[in-house]
Write a protein that binds this ligand. Structure first.
Ligand SMILES: Nc1ncnc2c1ncn2[C@@H]1O[C@H](COP(=O)(O)OP(=O)(O)OP(=O)(O)O)[C@@H](O)[C@H]1O
Length: 254
């Protein structure tokens, strides 16, 4: 197995509270890996540490063969690791297209100053970004709402814009933290289909999700975290039948 992402001995504490106590797992290249665990297990914190928002106290994060622990988010994006974020509240009037462009333009290597001076290279770059934005919008079936302000979108469409925005960075691995949360069942199904299609197209995905039906259907392998550690991993059936996992969800100590 080639690993797209390898996490080893990752530790992080806040004000002396050990939230990540030694997380170890690998996300296989091309997989649709699920990350599950009871509330407070440390899943989102792990994503924050892996994507450069928090600096881990100890441990290693390798993106393929590159050690990335402690790198800031923009450096991680440059090497292909992207996590999706909720749409910024600061730009309610921006259209879907502008959101996609803004995120694409915020990537390393984009020189906004060059854009201001209107160099030919900057214009070509902008045209390429626009092409990418159109392609992503078509793929996510957002092309008919490209000019709409994001505030006018349905909850499910907003989630798709969040995913689209992450795709603008052309990631090799995408970390998704509950992208279907708060979305109705039919839109959840549509988002799931898009994610499966992206994964089949070669994108490695690591998904945090509480809906076990989705995890069972979409994800292999499934990693289980509890109390800041990796508890176990395997197929959904394997982890679901593991008594330690059942106990962790029931809140018992193991
Ligand atoms: N910035 C922070 N400062 C202090 N404590 C934090 C911070 N971020 C997270 N924590 C704590 O870390 C623990 C793990 O939280 P985290 O959100 O990572 O869990 P989770 O597994 O994602 O839970 P859920 O499934 O409920 O989202 C919690 O006890 C939380 O209060």
């Amino acid at each position: 197995m080639n690993a797209a992402l390898t996490i080893a001995g990752l530790k992080l504490s806040f004000y002396g509270v050990h939230v990540l106590r030694g997380v170890d797992f690998a996300v296989p290249e091309g997989s649709f890996t699920g990350l599950i665990g009871p509330n407070g297990a440390g899943k989102s914190t792990l994503f924050n540490a892996v994507s450069g928002l928090y600096r881990p106290d100890a441990g290693s994060v390798r993106l393929r063969d590159v050690e990335t622990a402690g790198l800031p988010p923009e450096k991680l994006v440059a090497v292909g690791l992207v996590r999706s974020f909720q749409l910024a509240r600061g730009f309610p009037k921006l259209s879907v297209f502008q959101h996609l462009m803004l995120y694409g333009a915020a990537q390393p290597g984009e020189h906004l100053l060059a854009g201001l001076f209107g160099s030919q290279r900057a214009r070509q770059r902008e045209a390429a970004l626009a092409e990418r934005a159109f392609g992503i919008a078509r793929r996510l079936k957002l092309d008919h709402v490209l000019d709409n302000p994001v505030t006018a979108l349905s909850g499910g469409q907003k989630k798709l814009v969040e995913i689209g925005r992450a795709l603008m960075a052309e990631p090799t691995i995408l970390l998704l933290d509950e992208p279907m949360a708060g979305v109705n069942p039919s839109l959840t199904e549509q988002i799931a289909e898009h994610l499966v299609a992206l994964n089949r197209g070669g994108l490695t995905i690591c998904l945090i999700e509480h809906d076990m039906g989705l995890i069972r259907r979409l994800c292999a392998p499934v990693i289980v975290m509890a109390e800041g550690r990796t508890l176990t991993q395997g197929s959904f059936e394997e982890v679901a039948s593991d008594t330690r996992v059942q106990e962790a969800y029931l809140g018992r100590r193991h």
